[in-house]
Ligand binder design. Structure first.
Ligand code: HEM
Ligand code: HEM
Length: 225
């Protein structure tokens, strides 16, 4: 099982994720239409570019947007969750050793203490994200099975990773289950809302362009629209 999960299935999961996302990116950009979206994609490219970068940057800062500031508790749990969700898979020592053995390269790595801290933070914040979906009526009416499934797929590698890390019971069982869950997450990325891992940048850029040109970004100039 271990050979299968770290061999052929790993290659399948990685390829589906990367090729799938490439296809999603191409489809995203081919689907843009300035007439339908009413976004000036080609006119005033410098203002558009500035607006796009500004929007991505502001959204990645805790409390950087009005949206984050009006919901401070949500902003904290959201960022707490995502710090681990992004940094642990990329910079864990064990992951980078695996990457080095498979692909011949690795990123820089974080210490075990920080990895544990981020993992626990992700799990605790996820608990509040789930609670938010159950407790707040305005979020509950917009929540369906798919949203819980996404949360489950995202959390499974964190729970099984910790069980392997603390060697609870049968280590090799938890490790194999962990690798399987991590690979399911990779496969799910292009087909579900998890595509936001990459498409977040495309949609923020698109909206940022609109704000950078039409919606105030060119105020005071003689833009013809
Ligand atoms: C796809 C292939 C993956 C492989 C081969 C892999 C492998 C490993 C290994 C060997 C460990 C160390 C277990 C130990 O301490 O003995 C680990 C831990 C962990 N992994 Fe993965 N992993 C994968 C994917 C993922 C993904 C996608 C995530 C998260 C989204 C993830 C999150 C974690 C976490 C949270 C830990 C425990 C961190 C800690 O030490 O506190 N892994 N993984
Ligand atoms: C560059 C990387 C990422 C960015 C920029 C990003 C951004 C976002 C944004 C903007 C939201 C919507 C928040 C809202 O409801 O207003 C979101 C939700 C979510 N993200 Fe990410 N994300 C990233 C990576 C990840 C990764 C790697 C995972 C999983 C391991 C993940 C799992 C989730 C989940 C489960 C939700 C829904 C939370 C809920 O149910 O309320 N994200 N993300």
């Amino acid at each position: 099982m271990h050979t299968f999960l770290t061999g052929i299935f790993f290659w399948i999961a990685l390829s589906v994720c990367l090729i799938g996302m490439l296809v999603r990116f191409v489809l995203y950009f081919r689907g843009l239409s300035w007439q339908l979206d009413r976004v000036a994609y080609k006119a005033h490219p410098m203002h558009g570019f500035k607006g796009a970068i500004r929007s991505i940057y502001k959204w990645m800062l805790p409390f950087g947007t009005f949206g984050w500031r009006t919901q401070p508790f949500m902003a904290i749990i959201f960022f707490g969750f995502h710090m681990g969700a992004i940094f642990v898979p990329l910079f864990l020592v064990a992951h980078n050793m695996f990457l080095e053995s498979k692909l011949g390269f690795s990123f820089f790595t974080m210490g075990a203490g920080l990895a544990d801290f981020l993992t626990w933070t992700t799990l605790i914040c996820a608990f509040f994200l789930i609670l938010r979906r159950i407790a707040l009526p305005e979020v509950r009416i917009m929540t369906n099975f798919h949203d819980y499934l996404i949360l489950f797929i995202s959390l499974a590698p964190f729970i099984t990773g910790l069980l392997a890390r603390y060697q609870v019971g049968d280590y090799s069982f938890w490790l194999n289950l962990h690798i399987f869950c991590g690979e399911v997450l990779l496969i799910a990325i292009p087909f579900t809302k998890l595509s936001h891992v990459f498409l977040f940048f495309a949609s923020r850029a698109q909206l940022g362009m609109d704000f950078g040109i039409k919606r105030g970004g060119m105020k005071g100039t003689k833009m013809a629209w």
